[in-house]
Design a protein around this ligand. Sequence first.
Ligand SMILES: O=C(O)CCC(=O)C(=O)O
Ligand SMILES: [Fe+2]
Length: 351
Amino acid sequence: MGEIDPSFIQSTEHRPKLASTEAEGIPLIDLSPLHNSPPDSTAMENLVAEIGNACKDWGFFQVINHGVSVNYRQAIESVSREFFKQSIEEKSKVKRDELNPMGYYDGEHTKNVRDWKEVFDFVMQVPTLIPASHEDGDEEVIMLLTQWPQYPPKFREACEEYTRETEKLSHKLLELISLSLGLPANRFSGFFKDQTSFTRLNYYPRCPIPDLALGVGRHKDAGALTVLAQDDVGGLEVKRKDGEWVRVKPTPDAYIVNVGDLIQVWSNDKYESVEHRVMVNSERERFSIPFFFNPAHYTMVEPVAELVVNEQNPAKYRAFNWGKFVSARALSNFKKLDVENLQVYHFKTSG
Ligand SMILES: O=C(O)CCC(=O)C(=O)O
Ligand SMILES: [Fe+2]
């Protein structure tokens, strides 16, 4: 195995199958009814139903005709490639640490196994506030600051323009999801005023041991929604409800959308946050760009009252604080911990 660091090696049961299923992929949804003028109410109703079914059956879907110009996407992909092409020393000038979690990083772990990837994380909202610690009772907050690199030129501009457009789309997607739950379109919108959303540039270098390592180990996204752009290489796998890992086929200019843990809790388990992971390969490097759409740090998350009206359907979770939840989870990104990191099921009520 040569020089490979053993911290990358997945345990036998979590190793990828190199020839995995790509058939019967996740639903592909056409968002053009959003842009119809005048609005076509039948087309909108069908769209909402399609979104609801995709959230229920898969927790994942792809969208096309989403209204975000491909130019923004090409621009950010291009600066991302330029940035990651640099030496580790150059990139480390904007390296993140435990005090400032935004920036470049190449040592992320998922479930205690190191991911075969490098990332650059940034926020747009000024200020983006998060709790200083995960300890209950500690009210101190810190401000996340993006460390913008000097090179390539236009890096910041491309990142910000792309994120602005993707954020608008995320609001629309959340409105559609809200409607699909029988709730008003803006039922969740208020939680995002002081959002803690961030964008990540993912770079998965070629890997000499693609059968033993993963770009990102199996995990669920902690926030509300993730809206992801991937290049044409492929590698994202989603755990289907029957337990089979299914590859997401790259579709030009589509976004991949997935329900995170918070929609699972808000919807009282009607929609579930689904496990996914990323395979790497020995031939082609891969780039992807998730936008993690997350509410204000002080948001108390619990099943929405409208969905837990009767004894047949009691609240399955007790309320928890989003900022504290995500700070506790982030601890495990930096170092190996002896225990599993915090998950929403830790807030399950017994009923
Ligand atoms: O690169 C991908 O396709 C997905 C990455 C991912 O799941 C994540 O960063 O949470
Ligand atoms: Fe993810």
